[in-house]
Design a protein around this ligand. Structure first.
Ligand SMILES: Cc1cc2nc3c(=O)[nH]c(=O)nc-3n(C[C@H](O)[C@H](O)[C@H](O)COP(=O)(O)OP(=O)(O)OC[C@H]3O[C@@H](n4cnc5c(N)ncnc54)[C@H](O)[C@@H]3O)c2cc1C
Length: 386
C-alpha cells in the first residue's frame, strides 16, 4: 500500500499513525494547527484504551505519566454515593488495567515521541479530497496537495472529511456546556487516588487526581449552545457561585486553577452514521462517532479505532480494495462505538434535572441499581472485541 493520508493529529490520528507504522505501513498526518498541543485539560484512559496502548508498547509509559485511580465515585451534591462502582483491584482483575488519569499534553507527548520524526505535518488545513481509480488526493487551503492509497478522516467532531463524505449529517447538541481545568493542588489522604463526580444543581462537578501535585476537574451545566463568558476569570467566578452546595475541597480545586487553564466547550455528539466509509476514504474517532463525555470514552474509542483500522489495512492482500478493510473495521467497531454514544447521551440526560423531587427520585433509583448490572455495562465497554 502506498502512502496513507491521515487528516487530523489528535488522539485518533496520532494513534493510527503509530499503529500503522508498527505494522510496517507508512502514514503521514496532516494537522491544521501550527503546533500540536492538547486541547483540553486532563483525560482518563479506561482499561480498553490501556489494553490498546499495551499492544502499541506504550501502556507502562502512560501509567508513569499519570495516576492509577482507585475508583470513580458518583455522588449527590452532599457526597452521598449514587451507584456501586468497581474498585481498582476488580478493574485490574477483570480488564487488565486500572483507569489512568493524566494531562492531555502528556498523552500527546507520549504519542508524538513514539512516532518517527516528520510523521506529522502542521499548518495543513484540509479542504477537500478527490478520488480516482489509483488513489485519493487531499487538497489543503495553502494550495498544496497530498496523494495516497487511502485517506483517514481523524479530524474530530467538526470533521471536514465527514462533511464531504456524508454532507447530510448534522451534529446533535446535548443541551450542556462543559468547563474544564487543571488545579495546582493535590488531593490528600483517601481522596488522593479517587476520581469523584458529584451531581448537584445547577452543575455537575468532577475531579480527578493526575499526580505531580495537580488535579484535573470538569463541570457541566444545562444551557443553550453558543454561549460565552466575558473572560476565563469570570467563568471561574461563575463556577464558584454555582458550586456553593459542594464541599470546600471542590471549591478549593476551582480556586486553585490558573484562569488561563479554564476551557469551555459545548458538548455535541453524532447520531449513528449510515456508513463510516466510501471509496478510498474512511472516518475515525470523533469524526465517525463523536460522543458526549459522560462515560469518558471518546478518546478511548478513537484509540480502539486506530488499532483496528491499522490491523485491517495490514491484512489487505495486493488484490483487495481498501473498501474490504474499511468494511471489516466498521463491522468490528461501529456497534460498540455507537453503544457508547447512546449510553453516554442517556446518562447525560439524567444529570441536570430541574426540580428537587426529580433529582431525589433519580438518586433513589440509581442507588437501587444492582452491582451485577453495573458490571455488565462495564464489560460491554471496557472489554476489547478484537
Ligand atoms: C469535557 C470533555 C471531557 C472528555 N474526557 C474524556 C476522557 O476522560 N476520556 C476520553 O477517552 N475521552 C474524553 N473526551 C473525549 C475526547 O476528548 C475525544 O473523543 C477525543 O479527543 C477524540 O479524538 P479525535 O482524534 O477523534 O479528535 P480530536 O482530538 O478532536 O482531534 C482532531 C484533530 O484534527 C484537527 N483538525 C480538525 N480539522 C482539521 C482540518 N480541516 N485539517 C486538518 N486537521 C484538522 C484538529 O486540530 C485536531 O488536532 C472528553 C471530551 C470532552 C469535551
Amino acid at each position: 500500500m502506498k502512502q496513507i493520508i491521515i487528516i487530523g493529529g489528535g488522539i485518533g490520528g496520532l494513534c493510527t499513525a503509530l499503529a500503522l507504522q508498527q505494522k510496517g505501513l507508512t502514514a503521514q498526518v496532516y494537522e491544521t494547527v501550527n503546533e500540536i498541543k492538547a486541547v483540553g485539560a486532563g483525560i482518563i484512559l479506561a482499561p480498553n484504551a490501556m489494553n490498546v496502548l499495551a499492544r502499541l508498547g506504550l501502556a507502562d509509559r502512560a501509567k508513569a505519566l499519570g495516576m492509577e485511580l482507585e475508583h470513580l465515585e458518583l455522588t449527590d451534591a452532599a457526597g452521598k454515593k449514587l451507584m456501586p462502582v468497581p474498585n481498582k483491584e476488580e478493574t485490574i482483575r477483570d480488564f487488565g488495567f486500572a483507569m489512568i488519569a493524566l494531562l492531555r499534553s502528556s498523552l500527546y507527548d507520549l504519542l508524538l515521541k513514539a512516532l518517527p520524526p516528520n510523521t506529522v505535518l502542521t499548518n495543513k488545513h484540509f479542504e477537500r479530497y478527490e478520488e480516482n481509480a489509483d488513489g485519493v488526493t487531499a487538497h489543503f487551503t495553502d494550495g498544496t496537495q497530498a496523494t495516497g492509497s487511502v485517506l483517514i478522516g481523524a479530524d474530530g467532531v467538526r470533521s471536514a472529511v465527514r462533511r464531504q463524505l456524508l454532507p447530510q449529517v448534522q451534529l446533535r447538541y446535548s443541551g450542556q456546556t462543559s468547563y474544564r481545568g487543571v488545579a495546582n493542588m493535590a488531593l490528600q489522604g483517601a481522596q488522593a487516588h479517587i476520581a469523584r463526580e458529584a451531581w448537584g444543581s445547577p452543575i455537575r462537578l468532577g475531579f480527578v487526581p493526575i499526580g505531580f501535585g495537580q488535579t484535573y476537574w470538569y463541570s457541566t451545566v444545562q444551557t443553550p449552545a453558543g454561549g460565552t463568558d466575558v473572560d476565563k476569570a469570570s467563568a471561574k467566578r461563575q463556577l464558584l457561585a454555582w458550586a456553593q452546595e459542594f464541599d470546600g475541597i471542590s471549591r478549593a480545586i476551582i480556586e486553585n486553577t490558573p484562569d488561563q487553564s479554564v476551557i469551555r466547550t459545548d458538548m455535541y455528539d453524532l447520531p449513528p452514521l449510515p456508513t463510516w466509509h466510501s471509496g478510498r476514504v474512511v472516518l475515525l474517532g470523533d469524526a465517525a462517532h463523536a460522543t458526549t463525555p459522560n462515560l469518558g470514552q471518546g478518546g478511548c474509542q478513537a484509540i480502539e479505532d486506530a488499532f483496528v483500522i491499522a490491523d485491517q489495512l495490514n491484512r489487505l492482500s495486493a488484490q483487495q480494495a481498501p473498501q474490504h478493510a474499511f468494511a471489516e473495521y466498521e463491522r468490528i467497531r461501529k456497534p460498540k462505538a455507537e453503544l457508547v454514544v447512546a449510553r453516554s447521551r442517556q446518562l447525560g440526560s439524567m444529570v441536570h434535572l430541574r426540580y428537587g423531587w426529580q433529582r431525589a427520585l433519580r438518586n433513589g433509583l440509581l442507588r437501587r441499581i444492582p452491582a451485577s448490572m453495573g458490571k455488565k455495562q462495564s464489560q460491554d465497554i471496557l472489554a476489547l472485541n478484537f
